[in-house]
Each structure stands twice: as structure tokens, then as C-alpha cells.
Design a protein. Structure first.
Lengths: 112, 114
């Protein structure tokens, strides 16, 4: 079955440093979504990418969808302590828009 | 806040018991998806309901069942609880069943099975 892998599993940075998490799917995705989950909280939708090669920015966050629609990345510039949390990618397998498959997430810790 | 509510927030059950978890969708949303999130893992899709019908299912046994009501609120029922069912159960509502529809998550119900 479809698998979505994320690396790294954990990342510890100094405030002000950049951070990137990578997401890879075993199959082609119809779209990719990114979520953030704070400790003890629930996933909060960040963004959705649909088109091959798409790049979207939200302030310090930059999201990319690969040309083959099998990988994606989230890059945070100049991290802040408010960025702490686990970042998940999730995607629908092409042709199946019912079952959202999630990666294991990347947990980000930021030292002030 | 997403407008999606879940009850109860925490629950402790013993192995073999049955549990019902509830979810109230955001106003105007006709689709509800349920997820199980074990500690340190990503959410795992259980099933989705669209206009009161089960619309898709993940790799969960039949003892996981659900309902969606005419007002689009939803229940997740788990029979014959096992220790491995201990997890955070999340529901997410969306305005439609399409892949492009954003899902809005509730705060979750944390179930502990002893």
C-alpha cells in the first residue's frame, strides 16, 4: 500500500536557524497537505499543494511539491520558538480521494 | 478554533469494553473523517462519512464502526477494546468529500485502555 515517509524524525535548532523537513511518497499523489501539531494539540492545516512543481510561501514558511508529485518539502527560515511542534505531510493517492495518508511527522524543537 | 468539537476529552476503559466517541462538525460541513493517532505517530485514517454514508475506510477491523447523523455530527464506536486501541482519536470535518477540501480537526479524545 501507499506509504509516506518523512525525514528527519526530530530536529533541534537554535532560534534563528533554518529548518527543512522532507516528505516522500511511494506512489504519485493527487495533492499534498501540510499540518502542524503543537504538543498536546491537534493537527492544524497549513497548506495544500496540487500542481507539479508548485511552490507556495506563507511568511517564513516555503512549501514545495516535486515535479513527479511524489515528494514535498517544508522550509522554515529563521525559526522562532513559536515554530515548535510536529510537522506532518499528508497526501491522497492519485485516484483515491478518501484516504489521506500521513507521514510520521518531524518534531521541531527550537532553543531560545 | 476550528468549530469542530469532540467529547469526551479523555476516557479510560478496560480491555473488552465498548466505547462511543462523538464529534460535532463545523457548520456547513457534510463530511467527517475519523483518525487514530498513537503516541509519536501520524494520524491513521479510520473512515470517512459523507451525508450519513460511509464513504471510505482505512485498514481497521469491523469492530471500529461509525455513524453520521442528519445534522452531520458523527460517532465512532469501538467494540471489544484492546490495549493497542489506546490513542488520540481525531475527527475532522470538511465542506465536501473531495481531495481539495480542507479538513478541520477537533481537539481529539484521548482513550486509554487498561
Amino acid at each position: 500500500g501507499q506509504q509516506v515517509m518523512q525525514i528527519p524524525q526530530y530536529q533541534h535548532v537554535q532560534e534563528g536557524e533554518d529548518f527543512t523537513t522532507y516528505c516522500n511518497s511511494s506512489t504519485t499523489l493527487s495533492n499534498i497537505q501540510w499540518y502542524k501539531q503543537r504538543p498536546g494539540g491537534h493537527p492544524v492545516f497549513l497548506i495544500q499543494l496540487v500542481k507539479s512543481g508548485e511552490v507556495k510561501k506563507q511568511k517564513r514558511l516555503t512549501f514545495q511539491f516535486g515535479e513527479a508529485k511524489k515528494n514535498s518539502s517544508l522550509h522554515i527560515t529563521a525559526t522562532q520558538t513559536t515554530d515548535v511542534g510536529t510537522y506532518f505531510c499528508a497526501g491522497y493517492e492519485k485516484g483515491n480521494n478518501r484516504k489521506l495518508i500521513w507521514g510520521l511527522g518531524t518534531s521541531l524543537a527550537v532553543n531560545p | 478554533e476550528t468549530g469542530v468539537t469532540q467529547s469526551p476529552t479523555h476516557l479510560i476503559k478496560t480491555r473488552g469494553q465498548q466505547v462511543t466517541l462523538r464529534c460535532s462538525s463545523q457548520s456547513g460541513h457534510n463530511t467527517v473523517s475519523w483518525y487514530q493517532q498513537a503516541l509519536g505517530q501520524g494520524p491513521q485514517f479510520i473512515f470517512q462519512y459523507y451525508r450519513e454514508e460511509e464513504n471510505g475506510r482505512g485498514n481497521f477491523p469491523p469492530r471500529f464502526s461509525g455513524l453520521q447523523f442528519p445534522n452531520y455530527s458523527s460517532e465512532l464506536n469501538v467494540n471489544a477494546l484492546e490495549l493497542d486501541d489506546s490513542a488520540l482519536y481525531l475527527c475532522a470535518s470538511s465542506p465536501g468529500q473531495g481531495a481539495s477540501d480542507t479538513q478541520y480537526f477537533g481537539p481529539g479524545t484521548r482513550l486509554t485502555v487498561l
